[in-house]
Design a protein. Structure first.
Length: 205
């Protein structure tokens, strides 16, 4: 981990990018959940809940790099575990509900709001994700790189959501909605396991 004034400067950057991502994910979470409920879309509901959980991850990183915790290995370990757990919070409900809808054929309505959210996420989340992973590598913080991975995961899920919503809205493929939700749940569990094991850090380039 970088020491001294360099670490303090990096910590300030981590807090700034985490506050910015928290602001967007709060909007994304509220709108996504509301739109998902309104259209009966489990994929869109899961997307909104995932954004909310990622917001929790951003708060954890802000906590981790505030005050004396900047140089605390114990705080890093706690933050790493909390960030990992946030991946697991979403998967059970979304996975079970998506499977149920695939089996019963329950349909969701199309959502232009969801498509717009997904388009913004595809553009914005990689910016947050790459910045956090770069800073996490410089600080030796698996918690921060794990949270950055969450943001990159969100970008990939944004693309999946976009394809699923578009397939439902334009092609009438109602099975696309729960299928995308199942993908969301599976990838979240996989990434959570890696973060819990401390595999968030990769060599900086």
């Amino acid at each position: 981990m970088t020491s001294g004034s360099g670490a303090l400067q990096l910590a300030r950057r981590v807090r700034l990018i985490s506050w910015l991502s928290l602001a967007w994910m709060s909007i994304e979470g509220i709108v996504g959940v509301a739109a998902g409920i309104a259209t009966n879309s489990i994929a869109l509901l899961g997307y909104g809940l995932d954004s909310t959980i990622q917001g929790i991850g951003s708060l954890v990183i802000i906590w981790r790099f505030t005050g004396a915790r900047i140089h605390s290995p114990h705080a890093e370990q706690r933050a790493q575990k909390i960030v990992a757990v946030t991946f697991f919070l979403l998967a059970p409900y979304i996975g079970i509900e998506a499977a149920r809808r695939l089996l019963t054929g329950e349909q969701a309505e199309g959502s232009w709001i969801g498509i717009v959210l997904a388009l913004i996420g595809i553009v914005l989340m990689p910016v947050f994700g790459h910045a956090k992973r770069r800073l996490g590598n410089q600080l030796g913080s698996a918690a921060t790189t794990g949270e950055g991975t969450q943001n990159l995961l969100c970008a990939g899920l944004s693309l999946a959501i976009l394809l699923g919503l578009a397939a439902n809205l334009f092609l009438g493929l109602t099975w696309a909605d729960p299928l995308v939700a199942l993908i969301l749940a599976a990838v979240a569990v996989h990434t959570g396991v890696n973060t819990w094991r401390g595999r968030g850090c990769t060599p900086a380039h």
